[in-house]
Design a protein around this ligand. Sequence first.
Ligand code: TEU
Ligand code: CA
Length: 552
Amino acid sequence: MDNRIWWKEAIVYQIYPRSFKDSNGDGIGDLRGIISKLDYIQSLGVDAVWLNPIYKSPNDDGGYDISDYYSVQPEFGRMEDFDDLLKGLHQRKLKLIMDLVLNHSSDEHPWFQESRKSKDNPHRDYYFWKPGKHGGPPNNWPSFFGGSAWEQDQPTGEYYLHLFSRKQPDLNWENPLLREELNKLMKFWLDKGVDGLRLDVISAISKQTDFPDTDTPDFNETIRKYYANGPRLKEFIKESKEKVWDHYDVMSVGEGPGITPQNAKDYLDEQDGLNMIFHFGHMFMDQGAGGRFDPIPWTMKDFKQVFKTWDDAFKEKGWGSVFLGNHDFPRMVSRWGNDRDYWEKSSKLLFTLLLTMRGTTFIFQGDEIGMTNTRLSAVSESKDIETQNGWREAQKKAITEKDFLKAANYAGRDNARTPMQWSDEPNGGFSQGKPWMNLNENTSDFNVEAEQHDSHSILNYFRQMTNFRKANRVLTYGSYQPLEALPDSLFLYFRESDKEKLLIVLNFSDQVTNLPDLVRPKISERLIGNYSDPGNTDNVRAWEAIVYRCKT
Ligand code: TEU
Ligand code: CA
């Protein structure tokens, strides 16, 4: 593997700063808190950190509403703290991937404050303004956060577009002056030595500027057909690449809601595309037509198919990312595993998948110790605008709070945002002050401190698995060959290179099941697994994960 590429081999650890570690007792995680945990991060065996937005923001949407792209959110610290964090990461051979939100800004950004003043303001076309129609918004587009994607604004009386909250007006990439501003701010952060950019909702930056009505009530279909994959998307990505990214050794990963297996590789061209994207094939699989708070059952058959579909999409060209959770989704062990009877085994099984699948692995903070979903007992406890607005919309449909809470506790983003569980000290060692958000009630049961010293803990299995992935390059560059025609709960796949072949066996069920006869003769030795005793090759135990070396 002479053409080794760091971002293909990297294991990336995602940090949501507000909930990671508070250093000054105000109950809010901050940059110096992250600095205090750099040795822990390094001990995980990861190669890079993806930092959710740290820029000045009114925090309407967890920092994804930026009011100054050039300064650090005061609650998180100062620019010097950022510089110290970057230095601390680089000293430990860790790379930093920054999260940039370029599809929209905060409505408190000076650009928007100017833009809204008058129709002929020089900043007017930094955003999308349209007159209303028939006394209402210009079209029927729904916002990700409920209600219309248009907000009427005074003094001009026109409507502005906001695919997300009304405090997140969409930036008008049609305007070359605006694009120049965005290129400038990207260069500002890259000149500091940042190693990668995670580009928020990059799939939506090119709009269909005639703004046709959506013809479907299915929200995810509306995203795909109307918000994502706009006519100039490839052009805008190419321009940013040529004007900015190509001048740095920087990795670009685009967040791509609405991108499809058919068109993904169009955006990942070596010459003029992104390095990789996050797709949402599995993430939206259990969302009904009404989106996140309209959950529908998911099946292992579909789950396995998503991995095959997307691996096929990147077989010839492009590169995928592999994740099972982040700050926008419930905790992976609660969603895909069994966080009651097989919490430890299923957490470890999910890591075995993440760290043996083809594509760059992204791990969300806290998943390495098996953090689970939290439980809101009232919607008022939610700290997330998507849940709060979702409840506003649910009430219009006479949905009871009890029923809405069931959906929010299953699918809501609060699940991922409870503070990191460091120890059984007060507030889980996260803060000396009152945390901005309640910790999970199970913090004293399991936390970093407790797992650090337990050789069978999820945390230490995670460390074994990151080392295992890096010691076996076939897991990065090898082919992915899933076995078909198996019981739905049995997920088996080969990873093969010209030198070696591994078989990964994952039992996504509480039942013991047989290892299929066809694979048994191919096995030469068991390399790693989530049961401390090796068991036998006749069957696979409940939530058992095993990696075998195959005879070649
Ligand atoms: O999320 C955009 C996105 O992909 C949405 O589908 C998201 O997964 C969810 O449905 C909205 O919660 C990005 C950020 O990851 C998210 O935290 C922000 O709220 C959103 O963009 C707006 O910036
Ligand atoms: Ca703090």
